[in-house]
Ligand binder design. Structure first.
Ligand code: ZN
Ligand code: ZN
Length: 208
């Protein structure tokens, strides 16, 4: 899975998005880039995106924010880990809730918080509009991948809801918007509109 650091080049403030594995490596990367991490943010709380949160909180002493609808997934991490035969992670405390329609400021960067549910009930997208010919950025969790979409067979997953979220929250963004998914390579909205079968009209027919 992909963890992300989003930092403001003017103030040096940054956020750590989705601490899964390799927490130490991400912290070292932030230090090397001169980013001062101020908050840990979850796109959603599936095991792969949140199993490193407790470690990151302990090492960095930072608050953890996510959508309230992800509390079930967060509390369910130990059971999910046992089911997969993985090491059982510590469930971190949540310090604040991300509310769709509100914004999240990181230094002088401002992200809009959008609900892109269907993969998980509180999967949020952080969207920063572009300006002055610079493309916008969308950190989408597991809603949309290059050429695919997130699975919908987990807790409160719903394929129709996911397609609707993608249509209303993501495909409405400018085509040059850079998309940073929870798995796999980055892409753009325009590329997915052209090449992703789940972004085409009638994609419901793919659901079987
Ligand atoms: Zn997920
Ligand atoms: Zn994932």
């Amino acid at each position: 899975m992909n963890s992300y650091i989003a930092g403001c080049s003017e103030t040096g403030d940054g956020i750590y998005i989705d601490p899964g594995a390799e927490v130490g490596r991400v912290i070292e990367t932030a230090e090397r880039l001169g980013v001062r991490l101020t908050k840990i943010v979850g796109t959603h709380a599936h095991l792969d995106h949140a199993e490193g949160v407790a470690e990151a909180k302990e090492k960095l002493g930072l608050p953890y924010w996510l959508h309230e609808a992800e509390l079930y997934n967060l509390q369910n991490m130990p059971a999910a880990a046992q089911g997969y035969g993985f090491a059982v992670p510590e469930v971190p405390e949540v310090d604040g809730y991300l509310v769709p329609g509100e914004s999240l400021a990181v230094g002088n960067l401002v992200f809009e918080i959008c609900l892109t549910d269907g993969h998980a009930p509180g999967n949020i997208t952080l969207y920063r509009p572009g300006s002055d010919g610079e493309a916008g950025h969308a950190i989408v969790g597991d809603a949309l991948f290059a050429g695919s979409i997130g699975r919908t067979d987990l807790y409160m997953g719903n394929a129709k809801t996911l397609l609707e979220s993608i249509r209303t929250q993501l495909l409405t963004l400018p085509p040059d918007t850079l998309v940073f998914p929870g798995h796999g390579p980055e892409t753009t909205i325009g590329h997915e509109m052209a090449a992703n079968p789940y972004c085409q009209p009638g994609a419901e027919n793919l659901l079987g």
